[in-house]
Design a protein around this ligand. Structure first.
Ligand SMILES: [Zn+2]
Length: 60
């Protein structure tokens, strides 16, 4: 995934803004990292360039 799409992504739980933390990048492509919600502080992993933005409603 490209880092410039991060502003277009939103937390699936609360629609909050996401902050990216990159652990492996090749050129413009982020291969491994994490997206952290600034609002609910949920962490969504990026694996093989695919952000895993699935809701994690564990407290219902
Ligand atoms: Zn959130």
């Amino acid at each position: 995934m490209k880092s410039d799409i991060v502003p277009m992504l939103a937390c699936p739980n609360c629609k909050g803004d996401l902050e990216i933390s990159i652990s492996n990048q090749q050129g413009q492509d982020i291969l491994e990292g994490e997206l952290t919600c600034l609002q609910c502080h949920e962490i969504f992993p990026i694996n093989e360039g695919i952000p895993n933005l699935l809701p994690t409603n564990t407290n219902n």
